[in-house]
Design a protein around this ligand. Structure first.
Ligand SMILES: [Zn+2]
Ligand SMILES: [Zn+2]
Length: 120
């Protein structure tokens, strides 16, 4: 084995070790209870006119789906991909369409109560 190939081997081992540390750090981060983290579950409403089902999916399932597929999360009722994310009123469970970019209405149009931000 030449000196050059030994150095290359050492560099490869160092890179692998660094990658392993990064993975371990990420695992530790995602398993911790982080109040600033993403919501634990996401509510969807089916946009198919005859269906309109509202359903809740654990965030990890949504993320796993997004990593492997394109398009909206499929509706469990009709199987179509015409779904969009909604918020659920903490008072009456009405599905609320987000306003603007990831925002939410301040007052529930269904029960008139003020809506708490998700996770607040
Ligand atoms: Zn549906
Ligand atoms: Zn409400």
């Amino acid at each position: 084995m030449t000196l050059k190939s030994i150095i290359q081997l050492l560099v490869a081992i160092a890179l692998l070790a660094a990658a392993g540390v990064l993975v371990a750090k990420n695992l530790a981060k995602s398993s911790g209870t982080n109040s600033d983290g993403p919501p634990k579950e996401i509510h969807f409403q089916c946009a198919t006119e005859s269906c309109q089902a509202v359903f809740t999916v654990p965030f990890k399932d949504v993320r796993a789906y997004a990593e492997n597929s394109e398009g909206s999360y499929p509706c469990p009722e009709c199987g179509k991909h015409f779904t969009h994310e909604v918020y659920k009123c903490s008072n009456c469970d009405a599905a609320l369409e987000p306003v603007g970019h990831g925002g939410f209405p301040e007052v529930c149009p269904s029960c008139g109560e003020a809506i708490r931000p998700p996770g607040a």
